[in-house]
Ligand binder design. Structure first.
Ligand code: ZZB
Length: 258
């Protein structure tokens, strides 16, 4: 599986991570690394998700940069030319996902330049980096989770302001308009992020429709079919140093339908 590793730079640690991580990572450039299959949707980021129970680490990538991701992802990256020294990963600090919630980070290519880290129960520790950037306009899972968080902010221990950015139109499809994920969630009567079977189906539809019938509504490739824009957006972000290629080794990939 070939992902795009998105570099979401730290702006300010949330109260549960600071001052501990502030102290340990003094003078470093810190990036949350989100693994995405949809680089063309990054304009619509409204937040970022981590699994509250998942173990994350701060990994020294080179003299200046530190990546926040799972240990598994850091090890994979070390063999993909991401680290200064091949195969070497140095963990400066460990941190639970729950502690990362409330952290403010940059959203590369995003219309909203900065977004908050929020909890998502369905993040898999065994896929990607364990960090998921949220695009509720085009991802039914992201939209359903965002609505859950808004409804029960107190239960999820978040400040409602962290989940307040509205989904933005990024891609238009003939069958589902400019906000395919909210449209599918409503049409399929998905009540929450716990409706896993329907969400898996909605995700398949959103992937297919977006890719085969979608047209870009924003960005430098506005007006182009998604099929043409996708790799151009990715190349542009990689050239700007905002993203890099991240591949998942064979056999460890958790399939889409799983
Ligand atoms: C932004 C985005 C925008 C994504 C979109 C999807 C969509 P898949 O499809 O199951 O193979 N993701 C990445 N890592 C994880 C994880 N550890 N746990 C849970 N979800 C994860 O997985 C690829 C997508 O699932 C990734 O692409 C990421 O969300 C999320 F508009 O990044 B995506 C219709 C989907 N649209």
């Amino acid at each position: 599986q070939e992902y795009t590793g998105l570099k979401m730079e730290l702006v300010q640690w949330g109260a549960l991570a600071a001052p501990e991580l502030d102290a340990k990572l003094q003078g470093k450039r810190v990036f949350f690394i989100a693994a995405t299959l949809r680089p063309e949707t990054m304009y619509g980021q409204t937040n970022c998700y981590v699994g509250p129970q998942i173990d994350y680490g701060a990994y020294e990538i080179n003299d200046t940069d530190v990546f926040i991701c799972t240990e598994r992802a850091a090890r994979n990256m070390a063999f993909q030319g991401v680290t200064a020294e091949r195969g070497r990963v140095h963990r400066i600090a460990g941190v639970k996902g729950a502690q990362l919630v409330g952290t403010l980070i940059k959203a590369p290519n995003g219309h909203y330049p900065e977004v908050y880290v929020l909890p998502m129960e369905t993040v898999l520790a065994t896929k990607g980096t364990g960090v998921v950037t949220s695009v509720p306009s085009d991802s039914p899972d992201d939209y359903a989770t965002l609505m859950d968080l808004r409804k029960k902010a107190e239960y999820y221990k978040i400040d409602p302001a962290w989940a307040s950015l509205e989904p933005l139109p990024v891609i238009s499809t003939p069958g589902y308009g400019d906000l395919i994920a909210p449209t599918l969630v409503k049409q399929m009567k998905i009540q929450s992020a716990k409706d896993k079977v329907q969400l898996a189906e909605a995700k398949e539809i959103a992937y297919k429709e977006g890719f085969y019938s979608g047209t870009m509504l924003v960005g430098n490739f506005k007006g182009l079919p998604v099929q043409e824009a996708k790799n151009q957006v990715r190349d542009e972000m990689m050239a700007a140093g905002l993203a890099f290629a991240y591949a998942e080794p064979e056999g460890k990939v958790v399939s889409r339908s799983a």
